[in-house]
Write a protein that binds this ligand. Structure first.
Ligand SMILES: Nc1ncnc2c1ncn2[C@@H]1O[C@H](COP(=O)(O)OP(=O)(O)OP(=O)(O)O)[C@@H](O)[C@H]1O
Ligand SMILES: [Mg+2]
Length: 385
């Protein structure tokens, strides 16, 4: 079952411009373009009965709005977002009375259109009973400084770039710093603040507690006070992850080195556990210990994957050795690239943005492609399909 979306402008180009302002839809949405005058819009509503309709038309007269109203009355499930240059309160009121769900003033300020569209899209999905069920992926360092947070945050960014809605949850409750890898902005709420309100949880509440750090990308930061972690109970973590799953396509868990009860509750929902290590003996040693612990905790072997970070050509230990000695496949080799990685982290800019051609960026894209394949059609854009 998919959601029908129509973008309507006075001209084909107008409709196409709307498409360019919106994030590319995923497979749950079938999008089409339409254009013309009010009569064409009314016919489009009555014949295609879209779930969601984004319209940009010059201000409509009283009769024209009445025509839209009668069309919307015949297709009650259609949520219409109207972009309009007429900001007079009278006009906005008349449009709302005609059944327009949301109005976005033109010229569009900031993310106003995207936000209105996102809100109506989520509502329409809920109304149609289309539930997202995010893939939950966990990232664990074999030992401190392996680069696990760097990989998790940058992979989150890469998946968001592909139009996926992504949430990164910082489960490093005592010293998490994931948010720094993605933005210089200061978070206002952390997972501890959210956990304290667990009695009020629902999916919207959980999502709105997160910090949006980019298009399609949200972070739930780690506690910022020493007592914060104590409020993050296993039950709270369990429901945060469950609710997040209904709002995002991917939920990435940035794990710390200590697997305490809250961490385990988060890991329980992960379909895959990625352990990051480097190619030296101490890392191999700690990876072995971690894998043994994960086995004791009951995580099946086929959920486990290794990521070799700071890989260099000609090293004494190879990924093949890791695979042989740990019995777990190495999914990815991320090259060593000190300057580019340090620059990205120091400025809170994902490396795919600060150094897209760096070998590290290329490696991360390989994993993103595997997790969210970008078909040739998709690459062509909105209406390639
Ligand atoms: N591919 C890379 N090339 C060069 N340097 C890297 C690379 N990946 C990570 N680093 C460096 O390693 C440091 C540690 O990375 P990160 O914080 O992601 O590790 P971690 O495994 O999450 O550690 P912790 O156990 O503290 O959570 C970073 O500050 C960065 O400078
Ligand atoms: Mg880390």
């Amino acid at each position: 079952m998919t959601l029908k979306l129509t973008l309507f402008g006075s001209t084909h180009k107008g409709a196409d411009d709307i498409a360019h302002r919106l994030p590319q839809p995923d497979d749950t949405v079938t999008a089409s373009l339409a254009f013309g005058g009010v009569e064409d819009l009314a016919t489009e509503i009555e014949s295609s009965r879209p779930d969601l309709l984004v319209v940009e038309l010059p201000a409509l007269g009283v009769d024209e709005l009445a025509r839209v109203e009668s069309a919307l009355a015949r297709s009650p499930a259609t949520a219409m977002v109207l972009m309009t240059g007429d900001r007079s309160p009278e006009y906005l009121l008349r449009a709302m009375r005609a059944g327009v769900r949301e109005i976005v003033p033109v010229p569009v300020a900031g993310d106003e259109l995207k936000t209105a569209y996102g809100r109506q899209l989520e509502r329409a999905m809920a109304a149609r009973g289309i539930e997202r069920k995010a893939r939950v992926l966990a990232f664990l360092p074999a030992k401190g400084g392996s680069g696990s947070t760097f990989v998790a945050t940058n992979l989150a960014y890469a998946l968001a770039m592909r139009g996926k809605r992504v949430a990164l949850i910082d489960m490093n409750l005592h010293s998490g710093d994931a948010v720094l890898f993605l933005t210089e902005g200061k978070p206002t709420r952390t997972i501890a603040d959210l956990a304290r309100e667990s009695a009020r949880f629902d999916a919207t509440f959980v999502e709105s507690a997160m910090m949006q750090v980019g298009e399609n990308l949200w972070v739930l930061p780690a506690p910022d006070t020493p007592e914060g972690p104590m409020d993050v109970t296993p039950d709270a973590v369990g429901s945060i992850v469950s609710f997040a799953r209904t709002r995002f396509d991917f939920v990435l868990l940035d794990m710390g080195r200590i697997l305490d009860a809250p961490s385990v509750r988060a890991l329980d929902q992960a379909e895959a556990l990625y352990v990051t290590l480097q190619l030296t003996l101490p890392f191999l040693h700690d990876a072995k210990r971690l894998l043994a612990l994960l086995a004791t905790l009951g995580y099946e072997r086929d959920k486990l994957h290794m990521i070799v970070n700071r890989w260099e050509k000609g090293g004494e230990i190879t990924s093949g050795d890791v695979q042989k000695s740990l019995g777990v496949p190495v999914d990815l080799e991320v090259p060593n690239s000190f300057a580019a990685v340090a620059h990205s982290i120091n400025h809170g800019i994902p490396i795919l943005n600060s150094a897209p051609r760096d070998p590290v960026s290329k490696a991360l894209l390989v994993l993103a492609d595997r997790l969210a394949p970008q078909t040739a059609e998709r690459k062509r854009g909105w209406f390639g399909r």
